[in-house]
Ligand binder design. Structure first.
Ligand SMILES: Cc1cc2nc3c(=O)[nH]c(=O)nc-3n(C[C@H](O)[C@H](O)[C@H](O)COP(=O)(O)OP(=O)(O)OC[C@H]3O[C@@H](n4cnc5c(N)ncnc54)[C@H](O)[C@@H]3O)c2cc1C
Length: 470
């Protein structure tokens, strides 16, 4: 079988959908999305049932459909903060995007259950159906779009990197609600967002704190949810925090010092103030969630797990005993992907990557917008340098340097500036458009951010050049 399309998008996850949504809104192009899954939404189709966004829903998803319910979290550790969508809502949202926005244009085709085998662009792409094995050749008239570069590894689809002895019950968090109840002890493995969700879920369901062991291979800095609330009602605290963070970046004498300055201004949080975090994955938590995490009966900090045996955990830096018959919850999937950056715009190929961190869907939508604008690849790439995802806190200065450089370059292109001022997914800039020039207090906050950004950019270069661990 052969098909034709203007843009062939590999991956119908959040990135591919945010790209397609913006492209079909702004052009007459025909788009084909291919995914090896049976439905749009990427990894959200495999998430554990109690997952929630960790950023406000108001700036997640695709540009044309709001995800936010428009209310505040009514209860739980995030009460009073902007709403965080639940997993099933996010999956339903992405299915709706396909069904109600993309397909009705008559210019979008979705090819599910199919593995793309791209060759050199431009040129035909072979797509193999995973069930029938049938191969389809798709002729790409304009561009091949790789929206699969950051395909997430989630607990349900990854294979644990440790040995599990016979008789040990180790489940992904997807199975936790179903399996829990018959175990007196729970051991949560991992220290990322998924593990935090699992610990908080257990405590929220009434598991005694003493019945939880939390294995924390590395401690992490987290964003403080209180400072990531982009609404006019929270304007002063959110934008003052942005200024304080840039000032911390400008004044820090080392990466370690930067972490402490971020903590001192309330922008970053850590579970245990006596431990120096080394990890940084841009996870966002609230003080309420931290309070729950601090209640955990026992925290094991002996590095990564190498094996689980009945009554025993083996880790890189030693072994510990755990109650026999514990339920182990595997939250060790890396989720993030660390592929080396490539140019976003490269002739007949577009590779969607994060150009604003941590905003994958905004980045994809901006890529689509720029694709509809005149200009050479070099001109577009000047404000679209890929920001490499951070793993450690040492990676943070470099990520901010690229992020700031992109912001600066984008602000010099009038059409992009205009798009940013209205973009829902950018989250913050559109709030600035509502400030009246006579509002001296808020204008002062904005000016403070501008001044600090320049100084931050200069000092971040020094911090990025320092030896790791400095
Ligand atoms: C638990 C969790 C919570 C998160 N919370 C947030 C949050 O609050 N805010 C935020 O901004 N981000 C969050 N993220 C990050 C999240 O990764 C991104 O927001 C986004 O969903 C990534 O989408 P994606 O399309 O890039 O990747 P994916 O969702 O992994 O989609 C990629 C798709 O490409 C398909 N694919 C890959 N290769 C091929 C091929 N050769 N042929 C066909 N199909 C292919 C895959 O099947 C997959 O469906 C979270 C991630 C996790 C795991």
């Amino acid at each position: 079988m052969t098909l034709e399309t203007d843009y062939l998008v590999i991956g119908a996850g959040a990135s591919g959908l945010a790209f397609a949504d913006e492209l079909v809104r702004r052009s007459d192009a025909h788009v084909t999305l291919v995914d090896r899954r049976d439905a749009p939404g990427g990894h959200w189709n495999d998430v554990y049932p109690f997952v929630r966004l960790h950023q406000p829903a108001s700036f997640y998803g695709v540009e044309s459909i709001e995800l936010d319910r428009g209310d505040l979290e009514a209860s739980g550790p995030n009460a009073g903060y902007m709403s965080l969508s639940e997993g099933p809502e996010i999956v339903a949202y992405f299915h709706r995007v396909m069904r109600e926005k993309l397909l009705p244009t008559g210019r979008v085709r979705f090819v599910p259950m199919s593995e793309a085998e791209p060759g050199e662009a431009p040129g035909p792409v072979t797509v193999r159906h995973r069930l029938s094995g049938e191969r389809t050749t798709i002729t790409v008239r304009r561009k091949l779009v790789d929206a699969s570069r950051f395909t997430n590894a989630v607990p349900a689809t990854h294979r644990p990197a440790f040995d599990i002895a016979p008789g040990v019950v180790c489940v992904p968090p997807n199975d936790l609600p179903r399996r829990v109840g018959g175990f007196e002890h729970h051991v949560v493995l991992g220290a990322g967002k998924t593990a935090i969700d699992a610990v908080c879920w257990l405590l929220a369901q009434g598991a005694p704190a003493a019945s939880i062991t939390w294995v924390v291979p590395r401690d992490s800095w987290f964003f403080n949810r209180a400072k990531v609330q982009p609404t006019m009602a929270h304007f002063d605290s959110t934008f003052t925090s942005a200024a304080e963070q840039r000032e911390a970046m400008a004044a820090a004498t080392s990466v370690r010092d930067l972490g402490h300055r971020m903590e001192a201004c309330g922008a970053w949080l850590r579970v245990d103030p006596s431990i120096e975090p080394t990890m940084f994955h841009f996870a966002t938590v609230s003080e309420g969630e931290l309070a729950l995490l601090r209640r955990v009966g026992r925290t094991v900090r002996l590095g990564r797990v190498t094996a689980i045996e009945p009554g025993r955990l083996r880790l890189h830096r030693g072994d510990v005993e755990v109650p026999a018959g514990s339920l182990f919850v595997d939250c060790t999937a890396s989720a993030l992907s660390y592929k080396p950056p490539v140019p976003v715009f490269a002739g007949a190929r577009l590779t969607i990557q994060m150009v604003r961190i941590p905003q994958p869907t905004f980045s994809a939508a901006l890529t689509a917008f720029l694709e509809t604008q005149p200009g050479s690849d070099d001109e577009k790439n000047a404000c679209m340098r890929p920001v490499v995802m951070t793993d450690t806190v040492d990676d943070y200065p470099r990520s901010q340097l690229t992020d700031l450089a992109n912001r600066h370059a984008a602000s010099r292109i009038p059409a992009v500036r205009d798009w940013l001022s209205r973009s829902r997914l950018e989250g913050f800039t559109h709030l600035l458009a509502d400030i009246r020039p006579e509002d001296a207090a808020r204008m002062a906050i904005v000016q403070r951010i501008r001044v600090a950004s320049q100084a931050a950019f200069e000092n971040l270069q020094r911090l990025a050049a320092m030896p790791r661990g400095a």
